[in-house]
Write a protein that binds this ligand. Structure first.
Ligand code: PNS
Length: 161
C-alpha cells in the first residue's frame, strides 16, 4: 500500500490542483491532500480559513474514493510521517515553479531521506493557472468558470458579496 501526500496551501483549490490530485489517485493506493493551515504567501494570510479550504477540497474530490483531506500546521515532513506517507507529490507548472520546488524537495529529503518527492507535470491548459490569479480575477469581477471546481466558484462569489 503506497500513500502519496499532495501538499499545498490550496487558497483556494484550482482545476490545476484537482487535475494533479486525480492523476495521483490513478498512481497510488491512497492520496492524502495536505492543507497547510497557516501558510502565508506574498506577505499576506490566506483568503479562506483552513477548515473551509479542507471542505472545498472534500467537495471537489468527492468522486475520488482513494482521496482524503487533512490540514496541518507543522513541518510538511512531520505531516508525511504522521500520515504514514511514502511520497510527496507536487504539480510542476511553468519554469518559474522549478527553483522553489527544487529547494523544498531538497530540504525535505535532507530532513527525511526516506521520503521522495515526485513531480507531475501540469496539464498544458493549467500551466499558467494559480490560486493567486484566480483570486485576483474573482475580486475584480471576472469569471473563474472552469478555472476552479464549481464549489470554489460559489465560495469566491460569497466572498465578494
Ligand atoms: O501551495 P504551495 O505553495 O505549493 O505549498 C507550499 C507548501 C505548503 C507545500 C510548503 O509551504 C510547506 O511544505 N509548508 C509546510 C512547512 C514546511 O515544511 N516548510 C519547509 C519546507 S522545505
Amino acid at each position: 500500500m503506497t500513500t502519496a501526500i499532495v501538499p499545498g496551501t490550496f487558497d483556494p483549490i484550482t482545476s490545476g490542483h484537482l487535475d494533479i490530485i486525480e492523476r495521483a489517485a490513478t498512481l497510488f493506493d491512497e492520496v492524502v491532500v495536505g492543507v497547510a493551515a497557516s501558510a502565508h504567501k506574498n506577505g499576506t494570510g490566506p483568503l479562506f480559513a483552513a477548515q473551509l479550504r479542507v471542505e472545498l477540497i472534500c467537495q471537489a474530490t468527492a468522486h475520488l474514493p482513494r482521496v482524503r483531506v487533512a490540514s496541518f500546521d507543522t513541518l510538511l515532513i512531520d505531516f508525511v510521517r504522521a500520515q504514514k506517507g511514502d511520497v510527496i507529490v507536487k504539480g510542476l507548472r511553468a519554469m518559474t515553479d522549478f527553483e522553489l520546488e527544487f529547494q523544498m524537495a531538497a530540504l525535505n529529503a535532507r530532513m527525511d531521506c526516506e521520503v521522495e518527492t515526485l513531480f507531475i507535470m501540469s496539464s498544458p491548459e493549467y500551466m499558467y493557472l494559480s490560486s493567486s490569479a484566480v483570486k485576483e480575477i474573482a475580486a475584480l469581477g471576472g469569471s473563474v468558470k472552469g478555472l476552479v471546481p464549481a464549489c470554489v466558484e460559489e465560495a469566491l462569489l460569497d466572498e465578494s458579496r
